[in-house]
Design a protein around this ligand. Structure first.
Ligand SMILES: [Ca+2]
Length: 246
């Protein structure tokens, strides 16, 4: 028969068990969340099935820092679907304040090791004092970032870039939106060869390029502005040139 003492003891045990479950849930949520603190802002992120790299801007008093946060989906065998929620767990943090990254993409440029982490940064170099937007490429070995390639200049001014596998050649290709001194845009297509990017094709100059999208093998969707009109077209690579397909 249950007396009051026994009921009290059982309730106490239940309370302790619930407490442990509650603390565990809070802890898991803390580790498995991309939610940011009020002083943090997500600038950009890139991911594959297993890893997510985010550029986070962090305000500390009057200082503003740029960090790279590295998250793992935890299970390398598990596919990440866009319609399925993934509990990304933060595994590393790097301070990139000095080079101010503004865009980040993950890719397999050479399929030998990787993934590669490709960053648009704003940095002056020894040879080029003016701060310019350029690319940094890192290898990620699952634990650390290693410098693979740090930005010799591509074209005039790096306005935007995309990593995508849209040509038959091995690895993913780099597509750069390049702005010239007069403010006109063109596309540059690069592939990775041994130790760096090799230019494969360039487009003509447009007043402005607004959007680049993968459609199919050697076929990109392009949205550009010409004399104030927005034009949507398709382009392909042909003998060193990026040409419009009609
Ligand atoms: Ca390819």
């Amino acid at each position: 028969m249950l007396n009051k003492k026994r009921i009290g003891l059982i309730l106490a045990i239940i309370a302790i068990i619930l407490g442990i479950i509650f603390i565990k849930l809070i802890k898991e949520n803390m580790h498995y969340s991309l939610e940011l603190a009020p002083n943090q802002k997500l600038i950009d992120y890139g991911r594959n099935q297993q890893w997510l790299f985010a550029i986070i801007e962090e305000k500390k008093g009057i200082d503003v820092e740029r960090k790279i946060y590295v998250y793992s989906s935890g299970d390398p065998g598990k596919a990440v679907n866009s319609d399925k929620k993934v509990n990304w767990r933060k595994v590393r943090e790097y301070d990139f304040t000095l080079v101010l990254p503004w865009k980040i993409e993950l890719g397999d440029l050479d399929y030998t090791d990787g993934p590669q982490v490709v960053m648009g940064v704003n940095k002056s170099t020894h040879f080029d004092r003016e701060a310019n937007d350029r690319l940094f490429v890192y290898n990620w070995d699952g634990e650390k970032l290693y410098k693979k390639w740090t930005g010799t200049r591509l074209g005039y001014y790096l306005k935007d870039f995309y990593i995508m596998d849209f040509l038959d050649m091995i690895g993913e290709e780099l597509i750069v939106v390049d702005k010239d001194q007069e403010g006109k845009d063109r596309l540059l297509v690069y592939y990775w060869l041994d130790f760096g990017f090799q230019l494969l094709a360039e487009s003509k100059f447009y007043d402005r390029i607004d959007k680049v999208k993968y459609i199919d093998n050697n076929l990109l969707g392009l949205v550009y502005i010409d004399n104030g009109n927005e034009i949507t077209t398709k382009v392909m690579v042909e003998e060193g040139w990026v040409v419009e397909v009609d």
